[in-house]
Design a protein around this ligand. Structure first.
Ligand code: 13P
Length: 301
């Protein structure tokens, strides 16, 4: 983005009382113009707390919906309306109700990577940063965990609760090739390998740590290693290089989310000018989804 365009963005942000929030998977040029870059949990917190009246949400639809659920009085804009999440799309209300009917003693913990209508049918939500804590907090011995199978398995190994896992996955993370990770480990024996819990268990077994994107930042902060192999969406490497310019980061496993790359500085600029496209939800669904999302934020605050 040229200096002139950057100036226009700054002017419009002031005029609109707007803030630009971006997920760590966003392209470098979007991370560079954002006021705040973070993981899904941090972004939902920011959306709820910001005094701004307009939130330009650079991420994918479920993230912008979560911001709208938590901050309905603010205008939440998703600059690219087609930025979706195939994982979120793999769950629908009818099938979720079907699973709930099969397990009447279980409460549902829904990963935020899900549509608002499914959140409205759930007891609470979680992100990769707080999934174990949230499951532990639920007042039932049995839990339905949806829609990410790998994160569900990850949680199952860290709780004594009985977890009924939905059969869904992020095709980018789930498609990671463990042989590629093993080769990278051999090539850089001194480097630490960090993988996201949406990757399959074969990847976790090779890793030094299994963490959400915010957890990866905290891991690097407290580690004395100087090289890290990053097994999550490749945008995270730019985020880490920006935060820790003295360390080395390499993206491994070829994990790239095309939906995350749909946001461009031009679309952000257009959104600031037009305040479109705004995220809206049926108020009844929003209200019910709010209960589930706020149970999550209370537990992880
Ligand atoms: P984080 O919650 O770790 O930021 O992950 C978001 C996500 O969508 C992973 O695919």
């Amino acid at each position: 983005m040229s200096r002139d365009e950057m100036n226009v963005v700054e002017e419009l942000k002031k005029k609109r009382k707007a803030v630009i929030l971006a997920h760590s998977y966003q392209p470098p040029e979007i991370q560079d113009i954002a006021d705040f870059v973070g993981d899904s949990l941090e972004l939902s917190r920011k959306a709820a707390e910001t005094p701004a009246e307009v939130i330009i949400f650079c991420g994918v639809r479920f993230m912008a919906e979560t911001a709208h659920i938590l901050a309905p009085e603010k205008t939440v804009i998703l600059p690219e309306p087609d930025a979706g999440c195939p994982l979120a799309d793999c769950i629908d209300v009818e099938s979720l109700r079907g699973m709930q009917a099969l397990h009447p003693d279980a409460l549902t913990v829904l990963y935020v990577n899900s549509p608002a209508a499914a959140k409205a049918e759930s007891y609470t939500c979680c992100t990769s940063a707080n999934a174990v804590k949230v499951v532990e907090s639920v007042p039932s011995r049995e839990v339905i965990f949806a829609p990410d199978r790998n994160l569900g398995l990850f949680v199952s190994g860290r709780t004594t609760k009985k977890i009924h896992i939905w059969e869904g996955s992020c095709r980018c993370h789930d498609g990671v090739n463990p042989d590629e990770l093993a080769t990278a480990r051999e090539k850089w024996p001194g480097a630490r390998l960090l993988v996201h819990p949406e990757t399959p268990p074969e990847a976790w077994n090779l890793a030094d740590a299994v963490l959400g994107t915010g957890g990866m930042i905290r891991y690097v902060e407290s580690s004395d290693a100087d090289m890290f192999l990053i097994g999550t969406e490749e945008g995270m490497v730019y985020r880490l290089r920006t935060l820790f310019p003295d360390r080395r980061f390499l993206s491994v496993g070829s994990i790239r989310c095309e939906d995350m790359k749909k946001t461009t500085p031009e679309k952000v600029l257009r959104s600031l000018r037009t305040l479109e496209p705004a995220v809206t939800l049926d108020p009844v669904i929003r209200e019910k989804a709010f209960r589930a999302v706020s149970r999550m934020t209370e537990v992880s605050s």
